[in-house]
Design a protein around this ligand. Structure first.
Ligand code: TYM
Length: 330
């Protein structure tokens, strides 16, 4: 069984990326001892929107180090950088020729981002789901752990795989999205109607894993809530609080009921102060490990190993695909 996922190195990962994705990679790694686990830095995906090259360079290395800092064990999990394995782009073109523009235009993320960018939206942003499908199908991944917002892309990957298999014969494993219920959609700290995003123009809405600890704590303390003043999990009427409770529950291991009991008769102030401490200590642990790894030559050794491993699998699959289609000489 193979489990595979990736994250875009656009800015530093947020608490949303951590709870919706990274934390689950670690859980799966520790739970499924026999599974082959591949996690990569999806740097090609980052260039679908305008991005500063110096920032990108820094964020690629930083994300690789963060994977290890959050608990991925490079002995168990293969970690690599997407653009270092050219097969991803190569298969992507083949999949573009086996998918429809209508399918791409239907993607919620494309619609949202293209509305924001208007005419300057890149062609790559439209075809992005084919690159993501390549990331998954090259490795015959069985399970793809992602947050809620990526579900549609994994479902499209399934459609593309099934279509290709029907047309050219059994070639790809049809993957399944793995979405853990809790933490699958962490919302902005300033606007509970929008998901927490590293590209939010308001930095108070998100916490990144490398935020200054005190600043991160303050963002929690200043997060919007409501005027009801009762710590109760009620997504409909107390959406902002429910979001904070989800973060609390995920990081502390306490259930919503246990949290409600703990703060019975107390206000949001106590709740937020405790949550700020919990977030602070989570970040502190991650950052301590991060600053050890980012400086060490070990990181390059891990990424070299990951690249070689990924390449050996991906190249074989790509040759098979080319053969099935009739490309090249053999
Ligand atoms: P990206 O980089 O936008 O997000 C990385 C992961 O974090 C999850 N996520 C969230 N989860 C909960 N709450 C949030 N607010 C939140 N924001 C983001 C995402 O669902 C995702 O799991 N296209 C992908 C990266 C990718 C990929 C792949 C993933 C490229 N190829 C192949 C899986 C398999 C992306 O842009 O994720």
């Amino acid at each position: 069984m193979r489990i595979l996922s990736g994250i875009k190195p656009s800015n530093v990962p947020t608490l949303g990326n951590y709870l919706g994705a990274m934390q689950n990679f670690v859980k799966l790694q520790n739970e499924y001892k026999d599974a082959d686990i591949i996690v990569f830095v999806a740097d090609l995906h980052s260039i679908t929107v305008p991005i500063d090259r110096q920032e990108l360079k820094k964020d690629i290395r930083s994300l690789a180090a963060l994977y290890i800092a959050v608990g991925l064990d490079p002995v168990r999990t293969h970690i690599f950088i997407q653009s270092e394995v050219p097969c991803h782009s190569e298969l992507s073109f083949v999949l573009e020729c086996n998918s429809y523009i209508g399918e791409m235009e239907r993607m919620i993320q494309f619609k949202e981002k293209s509305v924001k960018q208007g005419l300057t939206v890149s062609t790559g942003l439209l075809t992005y789901p084919c690159l993501m499908a390549s990331d998954i199908l090259l490795y015959d991944a069985n399970y793809v752990p992602v947050g809620e917002d990526q579900k549609q892309h994994v479902e499209l990957t399934r459609d593309i795989a099934i279509r290709f298999n029907n047309k050219y014969g059994e070639t790809f494993t049809v993957p399944e999205p793995l979405i853990m219920k809790a933490g699958a959609r962490i919302m902005s700290l300033q606007d509970p109607a929008h998901k927490m995003s590293k590209t939010d123009p308001n930095p108070k809405g998100y916490i990144t894993l490398l935020d200054d600890i005190n600043e991160a704590k303050n963002k929690i303390k200043r997060a919007v809530t409501d005027s009801l003043g009762v710590v109760k999990y009620d997504k409909e009427n107390q959406g902002a609080l429910a979001n904070l409770m989800t973060i609390y529950s995920n990081l502390s291991g306490l259930s919503y009921e246990e949290i409600e009991k703990k703060y019975e008769g107390l206000g949001y102030k106590e709740f937020k102060e405790d949550l700020a401490e919990i977030v602070g200590s989570t970040l502190e642990k991650i950052q301590t490990k991060y600053y050890e790894i980012i400086k060490s030559p070990e990181l390059d050794r891990i990424l070299d190993e990951g690249r070689d491993y990924a390449y050996s699998i991906a190249r074989k699959k790509l040759s098979k695909v080319y053969k099935r289609i009739g490309l090249g000489r053999n």
